[in-house]
Design a protein around this ligand. Structure first.
Ligand code: ZN
Length: 239
């Protein structure tokens, strides 16, 4: 059975651990929110990229349509000229131009078909991706809402925990508080039982016989300093 001094320290340590846990949770919230916001931005960028790809294909299609239009105009002009020339070599030269232009139009039309196919594919891909990405975004937004709610709840819990820590410090006494605070700021738990008879429950190294005796409270002054581990400095007690 630990001494009343240790009892009060253990209660304080318990409340302190709770406070630290809540503080850690609270500290993690802004970082978690930033992570989720980063994910939302990435999803939005993906939608933008898909949209941009589609737009570029539309521009390409338009350019091909223009090429075909001007080639067809040229073709009509050559045909008119051909119907009016008298010389055979001029007639043949125009015939050659007509043939070349017709071939070019055929090629443009082939390319246009290809682009139209790509546009269809891109539209399908975009619609599917957009649905998925929007679903992801609303999931992320829900996560942020949860994080914000947690922030509010944890802040309230932390206030209670801080008040409990303040209350439980009272019975510990000035001198023991100083020892506890010095250790607790470095390592928690600051108060540990001896384990396997002679080992510190914090660092698991052997403590000296004097520390064991002091922890067992045998023949020691009840006003003596708290026994601490020779290795890590934690307050040790006999369970
Ligand atoms: Zn130790």
């Amino acid at each position: 059975m630990p001494s009343p001094a240790i009892e009060s320290l253990l209660i304080l340590q318990d409340r302190d651990a709770k406070r630290l846990g809540l503080e850690a949770l609270l500290k993690a919230v802004p970082r978690d929110v930033a992570l989720v916001e980063g994910k939302i931005a990435a999803e939005k960028a993906s939608i933008e990229t898909a949209k941009q790809e589609l737009k570029e294909l539309e521009v390409k299609k338009k350019a091909l349509e223009n090429e075909i239009g001007s080639a067809e105009a040229k073709l009509a002009k050559y045909r008119t000229q051909q119907s009016m020339v008298k010389k055979n070599d001029e007639y043949q030269a125009l015939g050659h131009e007509i043939e070349t232009t017709e071939k070019a139009i055929g090629e443009f039309e082939g390319q246009e078909l290809e682009v139209m196919y790509l546009i269809d594919e891109a539209k399908k891909k975009f619609a599917a991706a957009e649905a998925v990405l929007k679903g992801n975004i609303s999931g992320h937004e829900g996560r942020i809402k949860t994080l914000r709610e947690r922030e509010v709840n944890v802040t309230a819990e932390l206030k209670v925990a801080q008040a409990e820590v303040a209350t439980t410090r009272g019975p510990v006494g000035e001198r023991n508080l100083r020892v506890y605070d010095r250790i607790a700021v470095r390592q928690m738990p600051a108060v540990v039982p001896l384990v396997s008879l002679d080992k510190c429950g914090g660092c698991h190294l052997k403590v000296s016989g004097d520390v064991i005796s002091a922890a067992r409270g045998k023949g020691t002054d009840p006003l003596a300093a708290l026994p601490t581990c020779d290795q890590c400095g934690r307050i040790v007690y006999w369970e």
